[in-house]
Design a protein around this ligand. Structure first.
Ligand SMILES: Cc1cc2nc3c(=O)[nH]c(=O)nc-3n(C[C@H](O)[C@H](O)[C@H](O)COP(=O)(O)O)c2cc1C
Length: 207
């Protein structure tokens, strides 16, 4: 769609947000975007990772997924972030990535990026909404344009009705409880579509 570059940047310990990132990437591609799926760097100690077999297996399974760099944000017109809740907040791994963007932020390179975010937690009210809102605070400081889905599609209701971004509850065996795939796919396509509107409008403005 109008030459939109989409970066789907995620953190996942046990695979949920990786799956959501892949769904969003696929729908972004179907909407015509050039897409990169990128993980933020793992910062946890080997000891912590080894103590959780699901975490260890996920780290091993995704070791070849490229690690996000700040230059990927410059490349992107649209960015979707996906990350689990950590006590209602953004995981430190994602926060560390955001904290590396000072240089490009100060050059105005993050202005007008179209962004949205997704999340997960173990409980239906375990912090999905506050985690998404937390990352949106940083997006406002960037001058990015937040494309929250609101209630603009029926799929959002099936996924639990989080208007800030698609989110899901995960059970003890890491299964997703709500039917979130369609909402994620919708959000992927919507973020790309809105980005194409901004991009086209911006180039007309500069004609
Ligand atoms: C340090 C830590 C804090 C967490 N805090 C919460 C919480 O407050 N509420 C909750 O429901 N789940 C909490 N969780 C569960 C994670 O959100 C859950 O494991 C995650 O959403 C699964 O996503 P992933 O498979 O992509 O890693 C926490 C997990 C960890 C490791």
């Amino acid at each position: 769609m109008a030459g939109v570059n989409l970066a789907v940047i995620y953190y996942s310990a046990t695979g949920t947000n990786y799956q959501m990132a892949k769904w969003a990437a696929e729908s972004g591609r179907q909407a015509g975007a050039a897409v990169k799926v990128l993980r933020v760097e793992e910062l946890a100690t080997e000891e912590a990772i080894d103590s959780n077999p699901a975490w260890k297996a996920h780290v091993e399974a995704t070791k070849d997924v490229p690690v996000a760099k700040v230059e990927d944000l410059v490349w992107a017109d649209a960015i979707i972030f996906s990350m689990p809740s950590r006590f209602g907040n953004v995981p430190s791994q994602m926060k560390q990535f955001l904290d590396m963007t000072g240089g490009i932020w100060s050059k105005g390179k993050l202005v007008n990026k179209v962004v949205s975010a997704m999340s997960s937690a173990d409980n239906p009210h375990g912090g999905q909404e506050s985690t998404i809102k937390a990352i949106y605070t940083t997006m406002m400081h960037w001058g990015a344009i937040i494309a929250a889905p609101g209630y603009s599609d029926p799929s959002l209701f099936e996924a639990g009705g989080n208007p800030y971004g698609a989110s899901v509850t995960v059970d003890t065996e890491n299964h997703m409880i709500e039917k979130v795939e369609d909402a994620v796919r919708y959000q992927g396509a919507r973020t790309v579509t809105i980005s194409s509107w901004i991009k086209q409008g911006h180039s007309r403005w500069n004609e």
